[in-house]
Design a binder for this molecule. Structure first.
Ligand SMILES: NCC(=O)N[C@@H](Cc1c[nH]cn1)C(=O)O
Ligand SMILES: [Zn+2]
Ligand SMILES: [Zn+2]
Length: 482
């Protein structure tokens, strides 16, 4: 191992407690992008991040992204961009990293064992808190890499360009145009040689991976309204057509219990499975027990690992998320809701074009609603859309990351795709024209988006070493075109 890395790793270990405190401070800011009333907290989180990087000597900027489309009274949180070292070293390679500082909603009443916005570390080193793994831990990983180099007195191996956004969990609103503009010649991200994103997870709890594919996400709402206001079900039940009854029937027509999408034409958009691709799945270190551990149950759809991985990575899925306006509290309120909005999303894969999916969804939902012959009114809308992404893992960017995994974890990483979506990945690839690598820090049991989200102390601390080692190896990798 290079002497620089040895002393870098030791410094990360020495600074573990302050790094956990930094994560505690970040988790304490409830930067929920989906809740309008939390917008000030999202902005506060972005400015906190900028302040931390300012004090590490990075050249940072908070770039406004304008008003939120459809909610013009709200400003989008700023893109926090910067470079470290503050002045570019022309002799070094330039790596662009991305992460997000917003989080999913969370409240104790959802079933959290601890306060979601208070980092709680248990005796097994599990650090619970909203955003711990998605994506505050990995974002802080980059800051901790900078600080460890400074404290260890090691030369920083690359020019680091940073782009941190505050709307990822809401479809990365406003960011695409910004990235495209800043990748133009002479602009902030123009000289990136490769990109790295740490915002996904290992397949299990033991084996690290490098990720070269993501599913896309088309997110829809179906609004059904009828009565002028909510009604007493004893007085009006049996006399009025009920929006909730219509909505449940429309939503029930979208997918079956085994995850089969029932919208005609969707399956036909999916690229056929080749023999070559099929052979990749059997060598991946993943077991059905890994699935059951992260599910917290044995309720998987498929009996075998290959079908399960394909169901997650290379086939589309349709999930029903919830119904706005419906009665959902404990107790037995006898109400007929006047207007209900169902939410569902489709995870898309090659070769599904988002607009083709939209047309199929709209015509299916229209047809089913018409067949109900209801006097209520229905509107189906796309809320946001992000396209799938598949890249080549045979690139020097991935080779460097594989060396970093071996150096830190002592194993060769699996090459994986991912069922989730990071819509800007494709934007970075297309706008920079450079390779994008996904380099996860957390594991399959982290429960991102769920209750009791956590990041294991080991994954955080070794993950900081991994990000730093990657920068060292990527600096040395000969530049090839593949
Ligand atoms: N860690 C990435 C992530 O969680 N991405 C979200 C992105 C998204 C898509 N639509 C709404 N948010 C995901 O759900 O995959
Ligand atoms: Zn994320
Ligand atoms: Zn997320």
């Amino acid at each position: 191992m290079a002497p620089d890395l040895k002393s870098f790793y030791k410094t990360v270990d020495d600074l573990a407690e302050p790094f956990i405190e930094r994560l505690r401070d970040a988790v304490a800011i409830p930067s929920i992008s989906a809740e309008d009333e939390r917008r000030a907290d999202v902005v506060r989180m972005g400015m906190w991040l900028k302040g931390q990087l300012d004090s590490l000597g990075a050249a940072m900027e908070a770039r406004p992204l304008g008003a939120q489309p459809g909610k013009e009274h709200l400003h989008l949180p700023p893109a926090i961009i910067g470079r470290y070292p503050a002045k570019k070293d022309e002799s070094k390679r330039t790596i662009l990293v991305y992460g997000h500082y917003d989080v999913q909603p969370a409240s104790l009443s959802d079933g959290w064992k601890t306060e979601p916005f208070k980092l709680s570390v248990d005796d097994k080193g599990r650090m619970y808190g909203r955003g711990s793994t998605d994506d505050k831990g990995p974002v802080l990983g980059w800051l901790n890499v900078i600080e460890s180099h400074q404290k260890a007195g090691i030369d920083f191996p690359v020019n680091l360009l940073m782009c941190f956004e505050g709307m990822e969990e809401y479809g990365s609103e406003g960011l695409d145009d910004f990235i495209i503009a800043e990748c133009k010649p002479g602009k902030f991200f123009a000289d990136a040689d490769a990109c790295c994103i740490s915002d996904n997870y290992w397949l299990g709890t033991e084996k690290p991976c490098l990720t070269y594919g993501l599913r896309g996400c088309n997110y829809y709402s179906i609004e059904i309204s009828g009565p002028g206001q909510d009604l007493h079900s004893g007085v009006f039940g049996g006399t009025a057509q009920e929006p909730m009854t219509d909505l449940v029937r429309v939503m029930g027509s979208l997918v079956d219990g085994d995850g089969n999408i029932l919208i005609p034409g969707i399956k036909e958009l999916v690229a056929p499975l080749t023999k070559e691709e099929q052979s990749l799945y059997k060598n991946i270190a993943f077991t059905m027990d890994n699935l059951y551990e992260s599910l917290g149950s044995k309720t998987g759809i498929f009996p075998d690992k290959e079908s399960t991985l394909m169901g997650r990575w290379r086939y589309p899925s349709l999930s029903l998320h919830g119904i706005e306006g419906a009665f959902s509290a404990p107790g037995a309120k006898t109400v007929i809701p006047a207007k209900v909005t169902g939410k569902f999303s489709i995870r898309t894969v090659p070769d599904m074009e988002p607009q083709e999916v939209d047309s199929l969804v709209y015509s299916h939902v229209d047809k089913v609603f018409k067949s109900l012959k209801s006097k209520n009114t229905m509107h189906c809308n796309l809320q946001h859309s992000g396209k799938w992404w598949v890249a080549s893992p045979k690139h020097w960017n991935f080779t460097a990351a594989a060396k970093a995994v071996e150096s830190v974890w002592g194993v060769q990483p699996d090459l994986t795709r991912e069922g989730g979506s990071i819509p800007v990945t494709l934007t970075f690839e297309q706008a920079t024209g450079k390779n994008v690598l996904l380099l996860p820090m957390g594991s399959s049991t982290d429960a991102a988006h769920s209750v009791n989200e956590k990041l294991d102390r080991k994954n955080y601390i070794e993950g900081i070493k991994l990000l730093g080692a990657y920068l060292h190896y990527v600096a040395e990798e000969p530049m090839k075109t593949s």
